[in-house]
Design a protein around this ligand. Structure first.
Ligand code: HEC
Ligand code: HEC
Ligand code: HEC
Ligand code: HEC
Ligand code: HEC
Ligand code: HEC
Ligand code: HEC
Ligand code: HEC
Ligand code: HEC
Ligand code: HEC
Length: 333
């Protein structure tokens, strides 16, 4: 009896002391007031399922359910639902007050920063090293704009839609259209996803790219374009985007313009285009792909110069990405 009394007394002293200390720390009391869940306790997932049975059974098929139930690493994971939604005792007592549980749906009004902080408690670093300050983060995306951990909508990654690409395209309509063009990276065919090139969580490179530069990114799959070549074509080394679009194009091979216009954009019309177009075929023939005047202004027939059909300039300059032939200075071999 006496012992118990002493223990309680000591405990009381400690609590009082702590309260006094905290009271002296400016701002703490205000912060505690501002967080309506500060005094909430864990109630355990059984209690949640009393009212949220449907959510509970769908959640049962997810990686989190497996990890938290079968192999919890700590008390937070053991709490299952409350690991993400926060301690639930106050919500159980008053489920109408939206400030008493962390909700991730649009209408629930929990601030985005608070939602994301819940996930980042366990998932900061790694692929999310650059999340703070990334374009998705500064545009106030929530983790749950792409992920829905409440059911198994996708085979992997707990995506909100059936796949990664579909998830991205809910917002990126313009890119969706680009991948519908005649020539495109095999994304719609399911051979690759947006995530093969971008890290949606942030990156040290621009445009959320997964490599330090555009060329480094392209070389990861098109290694033969890396060189080094005996004869380098300057624009290739500088940036693949000088000639290709990354997603799709109506010109063949993802080119930003059809040939010969692609080449003539950089190679002046007075010299190079001229040499390619002399000896024009002047017999009329409609349906030509080439302008009826050459770029020097000289009249052309309606039919393209035969040497310019098909692969155009590349009928002769075939190794346009660079050449290793001793006589390949003009990329003809
Ligand atoms: C007594 C029944 C009851 C219990 C127990 C209960 N909830 Fe709720 N919960 C509700 C009701 C009712 C709502 C909807 C309130 C509304 O829409 O106004 C709700 C809403 C929620 C929401 C917000 C849903 C949204 O739209 O984003 C979350 C999250 C939630 N509950 C999680 C939990 C968790 C986690 C537990 C266990 C700690 C739990 N609930 C226990 C009744 C309950
Ligand atoms: C890994 C984190 C996480 C865990 C664990 C988790 N939830 Fe959720 N919960 C979410 C997210 C994120 C959403 C918002 C989903 C969306 O985008 O609609 C959500 C939504 C909800 C909703 C709103 C209705 C809905 O389905 O959208 C309820 C209710 C809910 N959770 C209850 C629970 C219960 C009960 C458990 C435990 C059985 C649980 N949650 C476990 C993250 C979690
Ligand atoms: C713009 C969409 C998007 C947003 C926003 C987003 N993610 Fe992801 N996340 C993805 C994609 C895509 C994957 C890859 C899934 C796969 O490979 O199957 C992924 C994978 C993951 C993975 C599993 C792979 C790994 O890195 O361990 C975790 C964990 C994860 N995200 C957590 C988060 C968290 C936490 C947030 C919020 C801070 C977040 N994500 C925000 C799209 C997003
Ligand atoms: C308490 C810790 C914890 C919290 C909070 C948490 N997770 Fe996880 N998450 C895990 C664990 C553990 C795994 C399983 C890792 C594994 O299997 O390697 C996981 C796996 C994932 C995966 C990968 C699924 C896959 O296919 O491998 C994604 C995506 C993810 N979490 C997103 C989220 C999001 C979004 C939130 C916030 C709504 C969140 N997590 C909150 C611990 C957590
Ligand atoms: C909820 C909407 C939303 C989803 C889903 C989404 N994004 Fe975004 N994304 C944005 C917004 C908003 C911006 C910034 C404004 C803009 O440039 O359009 C952005 C910007 C980007 C950028 C441009 C970066 C820059 O520096 O200009 C890339 C790349 C990108 N997102 C890739 C992805 C990928 C990959 C996915 C899927 C894993 C995805 N996004 C899913 C909304 C979204
Ligand atoms: C083959 C690699 C690759 C794939 C796959 C890919 N992107 Fe990109 N994306 C890029 C590159 C490279 C850029 C940068 C272009 C530049 O800066 O000139 C880019 C730029 C972007 C931008 C910035 C705006 C713009 O057009 O410049 C957005 C948004 C974007 N991508 C979204 C997506 C989405 C969404 C998907 C999937 C549907 C996707 N990307 C798939 C390589 C890729
Ligand atoms: C993750 C791997 C991957 C990355 C990264 C990648 N590609 Fe590709 N690329 C492919 C695949 C796969 C194909 C389709 C090959 C096929 O169908 O034979 C392809 C096709 C192409 C084609 C031919 C398209 C056509 O219509 O035949 C071009 C051009 C191309 N890529 C350029 C690029 C450029 C430029 C980059 C950098 C922005 C890049 N690739 C990054 C995998 C990749
Ligand atoms: C000076 C313009 C130019 C630049 C810069 C350029 N390409 Fe190309 N690329 C072309 C042309 C033109 C074709 C069509 C080739 C053909 O029909 O033989 C092509 C075709 C391709 C193809 C598909 C056919 C093949 O040869 O495999 C791939 C893949 C490719 N380029 C990747 C790249 C990569 C990666 C880079 C950056 C390192 C790059 N390109 C830079 C002009 C360029
Ligand atoms: C973005 C600009 C750009 C584009 C597009 C471009 N080139 Fe080039 N090209 C250059 C530059 C820069 C050089 C190097 C010129 C120099 O060293 O004097 C070069 C060099 C060459 C050379 C070697 C010329 C010499 O004097 O050694 C040939 C041949 C050539 N390009 C053909 C083409 C063809 C064919 C195309 C279209 C498939 C093309 N180029 C597209 C910029 C471009
Ligand atoms: C019928 C073959 C043929 C076609 C088609 C052709 N070229 Fe040439 N090109 C040559 C020859 C031959 C040379 C001279 C090589 C030498 O002097 O070593 C040359 C030289 C060049 C040079 C080097 C600079 C110069 O003026 O000597 C450039 C740049 C060039 N061509 C660009 C182009 C472009 C751009 C096109 C398409 C509009 C094109 N060529 C089409 C055969 C062709």
């Amino acid at each position: 009896m006496v012992q118990n009394y002493t223990v309680s007394f000591l405990r009381l002293c400690r609590v009082a002391g702590a309260a006094l200390l905290l009271g002296l720390l400016p701002g703490y009391a205000a912060a505690a007031d501002a967080d309506p869940m500060a005094n909430a306790r864990v109630v355990g997932e059984k209690r949640c399922s009393d009212c949220h049975d449907t959510e509970n059974s769908l959640f049962g098929h997810t990686q989190h359910a497996k990890a938290f139930r079968e192999n919890p690493r700590n008390d937070t994971e053991k709490a299952v639902c409350e690991a993400c939604h926060g301690n639930g005792s106050l919500h159980v007592a008053d489920s109408k007050d939206k400030s008493k549980i962390i909700g991730f749906s649009k209408g629930w009004n929990t601030p985005i920063e608070r939602q994301n902080a819940q996930c980042l408690n366990c998932h900061s670093g790694g692929q999310r090293l650059h999340w703070p300050g990334s374009i998705h983060s500064t545009n106030k995306l929530a983790c749950s704009d792409c992920h829905n951990p409440m059911a198994r909508f996708s085979a992997n990654g707990l995506m909100k839609k059936a796949g990664i690409t579909e998830t991205c395209q809910t917002c990126h309509q313009q890119q969706r259209a680009e991948f519908r063009k005649k020539s495109h990276m095999p994304v719609p065919e399911g051979k690759m996803t947006c995530e093969d090139c971008h890290n949606p969580h942030g990156s040290s490179a621009k445009r959320l790219l997964k490599a330090d530069s555009i060329n480094e990114l392209c070389y990861t799959c098109h290694a033969e374009k890396r060189g080094p070549f005996l004869w380098e074509h300057a624009p290739v080394r500088e940036n693949c985007m000088n000639c290709h679009s990354p997603h799709g194009s109506n010109a063949e091979k993802l080119l930003i313009q059809p040939r010969p216009f692609l080449c003539s954009g950089c190679h002046s019309t007075t010299g190079t285009m001229g040499h390619a177009l002399w000896g024009n075929n002047t017999t009329g023939n409609t349906g030509s792909a080439v302008s009826p005047t050459n770029l020097n202004g000289a009249a052309l027939g309606n039919a393209p110069n035969k040497r310019m059909t098909g692969r155009s300039c590349q009928n002769c300059h075939s190794t346009i990405h660079g050449s290793n032939s001793p006589s390949g200075a003009r990329f003809q071999r």
